[in-house]
Write a new protein. Structure first.
Length: 382
């Protein structure tokens, strides 16, 4: 027991010297709003499934996440087998209609020639019968004359019926031809639309950029053979030379955010040093944070220092503190100095006393303003 007491006495000065203290001073304190976000391109193009006849469509090809593509490279391709089958069906129907129209036109041409021959023969017979019937009545017996008149009338009737038949056949064939031509125009239009639809199933890069693959409803990156819906972002093409921070601010603090406010950011993937930026855009609407979250947030965009952009990549996570106000001559303590007892915050002073405090607003990263309980010049344990 004596040995343990001796060891404790020997270690006490070392433990005391290892304890860190924070000097509480009255100074201007920034009032901040914390937010989380990620590095994103300020100039990005987003692509999703093309309009099609199905609600869900499968991905058959997808550019690799983080890859750099040039203009014309394939970003994504969707399953177009159904449209491809439809194109073959429409092509077959169109060829059949064109062949039918061609056959009809050939038959019509032959019918016209045959009709001309029959009509000429009927006209010749009618004219011949008319000439015979126009002879001197006295030269013919009455019975013979009536026969000639009948032959003339019959020949004239045959001629007129042949004219009517030719006109009727022409109208029928014209109607059939118009019907076929309308079918051909319809099929050509549908085929052109289907071909454009099939082309739209392949998305190519309109410019060079960095590929960012979209996520599904569970927040996981999309992959080949996955089913996607209209409206989903399948792939994004980002300009790496124009980066910003896109953050989400809780609804209760969103009305305090304004353009031009200073922001301090920490991007772990780029090092622990804090970066300075400013709010350059505030979302116009409040939205749900995600499909599975009831939390309401507002989107905020913050600028980045130009000299750090080359070290960053879209998708890197960031923590932000946006300065929304300033408190003059205020006292503040680090969050690490706060010790809670029975749910009440307090600090440990130099003499070992635990002192309850009344906290105010957040003052910068990891700091809280103290409204009551401390005086300037006191030191608190960290």
């Amino acid at each position: 027991m004596t040995r343990l007491i001796l060891i404790a006495l020997l270690l006490a000065p070392a433990m005391a010297s290892a304890q860190q203290w924070y000097l509480v001073e009255a100074q201007d304190q920034p009032i901040t709003v914390a937010a989380s976000g990620m590095v994103a391109s300020a100039d990005s193009l987003r692509f999703g499934p093309p309009p099609n006849r199905r609600w869900r469509i499968a991905l058959t090809q997808l550019a690799q996440e983080g890859s750099r593509v040039k203009e014309g490279d394939v970003l994504a391709r969707f399953d177009g087998s159904a449209t491809d089958d439809r194109i073959r069906t429409l092509s077959a129907e169109l060829n059949a209609k064109r062949s039918e129209l061609e056959s009809l036109e050939e038959a019509q041409a032959q019918e016209i020639e045959d009709g001309k021959v029959r009509l000429a023969a009927a006209r010749s017979a009618a004219e011949k019968a008319a000439r015979k019937a126009a002879g001197d009545v006295d030269l013919f017996a009455s019975l013979e004359y009536r026969k000639l008149i009948e032959e003339r009338d019959i020949a004239q009737a045959v001629y007129e019926r042949e004219q009517q038949r030719i006109e009727l056949v022409a109208r029928v064939r014209q109607s059939k031809q118009s019907e076929l031509e309308a079918d051909i125009r319809r099929l050509e239009s549908e085929l052109t639309g289907a071909q454009r639809e099939l082309e739209a199933f392949t998305i190519t890069a309109p410019r060079a950029g960095l590929v960012i693959v979209g996520t599904n409803r569970e927040g996981q990156k999309l992959d080949i053979n996955e089913q996607v819906n209209p409206g989903m972002i399948v792939v994004e093409l980002a300009d790496e030379n124009d980066l910003v921070i896109q953050a989400e601010v809780p609804e209760f603090a969103a009305n305090r955010i304004a353009l031009g406010q200073r922001a301090t950011m920490t991007i772990d993937a780029a090092g622990a040093s804090a970066l300075e930026g400013a709010v350059i855009d505030v979302g116009a609407v409040v939205r749900r944070q995600s499909q599975y979250s009831q939390a309401m947030v507002r989107d905020v965009t913050v600028s980045l220092p130009t000299d750090i952009i080359a070290q960053l990549r879209p998708g890197m996570s960031a923590q932000l503190e946006i300065v929304v106000d300033q408190r003059r001559d205020a006292l503040a303590v680090p969050d690490s100095a706060l010790k809670y007892r029975e749910g009440r915050p307090g600090v440990t002073l130099r003499d070992g006393e635990w002192k309850p405090v009344t906290l105010g607003q957040v003052a910068g990263a990891g700091m809280h303003i103290v409204e009551d309980g401390l005086e300037a010049g006191q030191e608190v344990a960290l």
